[in-house]
Design a protein around this ligand. Sequence first.
Ligand code: DGP
Length: 116
Amino acid sequence: MSQISCIFCRIIHGQAPGEVIYQDEEITAFRDIHPQAPVHILIVPNRHIPAVAALHPDDASLIGRMILVARELAKREGIASTGYRLVINNGPQAGQSIDHLHLHLLGGRTMRWPPG
Ligand code: DGP
């Protein structure tokens, strides 16, 4: 199910511009429009799931696959050995700005901790 007003649904379905670098029957990955690192990719479910808070137990394998896709893309992007960060923001205080679940893959520079 997709939502016409959701920018990520529109990118997934080719109805809005996006640099899609991976897609299968349940997951799409595209480059972040405001990259925070040399490599910044968003891995998203094709189905409109608003946030981690909206996940069901049946989605466990989907979330697992999103992480495996991120790992594969990190290899393809040449950051597997130098390291990378996977982030999911959930809700306003975490800074979630798009209400379509997305896993950030960030790499290509040294990261600080804790995050801001
Ligand atoms: P978050 O703050 O965790 O909700 O991250 C949302 C990310 O989505 C943010 O890093 C910028 C990115 N983004 C927002 N709109 C677009 C868009 O239209 N296209 C692409 N490729 N990325 C977008």
